[in-house]
Ligand binder design. Structure first.
Ligand SMILES: C[S@@+](CC[C@H](N)C(=O)[O-])C[C@H]1O[C@@H](n2cnc3c(N)ncnc32)[C@H](O)[C@@H]1O
Length: 216
């Protein structure tokens, strides 16, 4: 489901920042060569991720779900001068090509690519983060959130992708055999009941939650 009328999205894009040539290349490469290109954040959501990062100016960013590197490079645009971005993915088939994209970017010395299952890798990470983007397997969203929240600085931001799940979360009865719709709805309810964070769902692309850890 497209939440935004195509004309509105085109208008927003026409008067927003362009993608860099590298981001454009990654977008085109993904569409031509990679499975499920719909998973890529794309131009409008990419500019949103970049904006949030530029507002926050994070020292440390964590991404769960690198895919072809598009969203990582968008968020890297806001990194502080000596900042670092860690991005995790288990897909071995993409790793080499994505490393190449990162090496060609001006953030090449700031991006750390980790290959493996996020559930195994996350507990080994000691850094504390100012910005986190959760965008991997939906079944583990709540686990990822619970592992990551203690590793987020006060006032740090956690973004979570696909929380509207093509709009299916609004019609659980119509999608009662769809396990992932229920998983996403349960996750949204879990977040909405938390009192130590601020949260809102933004209907950009497939729905993004913005969650801010309360300051001290
Ligand atoms: C939706 S894509 C990420 C898209 C990317 N963030 C972007 O916006 O361009 C999800 C990625 O999560 C990865 N993934 C799924 N389950 C995972 C897991 N348990 N551990 C690490 N990565 C996982 C997949 O291999 C896939 O590349």
């Amino acid at each position: 489901m497209d939440f935004l009328d195509k004309r509105i999205e085109d208008y927003c894009l026409a008067y927003s920042d362009r993608e860099s040539s590298l981001l454009k290349e990654i977008n085109e490469y993904t569409i031509k060569n990679v499975h499920q290109p719909r998973m890529l954040s794309g131009h409008l959501q990419g500019r949103f991720l970049s904006m949030i990062s530029k507002i926050k100016k994070p020292n440390n960013i964590l991404e769960i779900g690198t895919y072809t590197g598009y969203s990582a490079l968008c968020m890297a645009e806001g990194l502080s001068k000596n900042g670092k971005l860690i991005t995790i993915d288990k897909d071995t088939s993409l790793h080499k090509k994505v490393s190449e994209f990162f090496r060609r970017s001006k953030y090449k010395n700031q991006i750390v690519q980790k290959l493996g299952n996020a559930i195994d890798i996350l507990p080994e990470i000691d850094d504390v983060f100012d910005l986190v983007f959760i965008d991997a397997d939906k079944r583990n969203y709540q686990k990822y959130f619970e592992i990551v929240l203690p590793k987020v600085n006060p006032d740090g931001i956690i973004l979570v992708d696909n929380v509207l799940w093509s709009g299916k979360v609004t019609d659980l009865r119509g999608n009662k055999d769809d396990r992932l719709t229920k998983v996403m709805d349960d996750f949204n309810k879990f977040i909405s009941n938390l009192t130590d964070v601020n949260k809102m769902i933004l209907p950009i692309r497939d729905g993004i939650s913005i969650i801010i850890k309360n300051g001290q």
